[in-house]
Design a binder for this molecule. Sequence first.
Ligand code: MLT
Length: 334
Amino acid sequence: MNSTFIPARSFQAKLCKVVGALLLGAASCVSAQDFPAKPITMVMPYAAGGPGDTITRLFAGSMQKILGQQILVDNTSGASGSIGTTKVARSRPDGYTLLMIHVSHATNLAMYKNLSYHPVDDFEPIGSATSGPMVIVARNEFPPKDLNEFVAYLKTNQNKVSLAHAGVGSASHLCGLMMMNVLGVKLNEIPYKGTGPALTDLMGGQVDILCDQTSGTVPSVKTNKIKAYAAAGKSRLPSLPDTPAIAEAGVKGFDINISFGLYAPKGTPKPVLDKLTAALQKSVTDPDVVKRLDGMGVSAVSVEQATPNALRAHLKNEIETLGGLLIKAGVQAN
Ligand code: MLT
């Protein structure tokens, strides 16, 4: 009897179709093999023009070339990113609706008593994408001439300096909280749907200061539309070498780094998740992506970090540390 060797792939395909038709519905099997068969939506839960939007569009552009299907960026903003995140949590778990998000995926759990999703239970992590620092910037006419004068000015003008941020628990809000905490100052918080619109008001002089990710601020600093007082960390940033680090003013314990990660809704088939992780890993090693991120002062993560387990561990750590910091600070969203 001549045995015909069935290559694993076609055998699997046939088995999947039979099992899929009988038990799981053929669609779930076939779709996994044919994924992506139509455009994908990547939700960025902050307004267009901010650092999150910039990073999302960069990865959407890279991953669509790899996957061979268009990736449309959907800026569903509001409530510190929880409106867009809810939209993804409630979408069909088929891989065609994804979420690109950062620290607010962790902090919203602590911020909102009636959050309509759980950041861990309602999502499948695909992998981390970027990691980047933050910088304290101001409108050009803000009076202090340097970092030491900036610190002194905030201390003598308690509750008079306006701080823009992207909503309770956002990266810009966390940085503002750390600033108030370590400097012992009170700032007048002005929330926005993202730091894109906040930056517009900063350039227009409607708001005094903002702590934002370099992907949202470096270009405006370099073109003198706003001014930078300090990198929000221990050391200066290669993208802004003339800007001192906040540590140079003797400020300790102020060091914040923001990482973005990609998620799909819970229940997305594993073969689909694997394809998305593989595409993300190709993107984080894409020379064009790495170069453009570097120009914004942001790093692409390593291939090992662009994995579900790495992102799951990162999220767990942020829930425990940053969520805890907000609760200790008595911060709650409305
Ligand atoms: C933030 O958390 O401040 C957001 O990243 C701002 C944004 O992307 O609009």
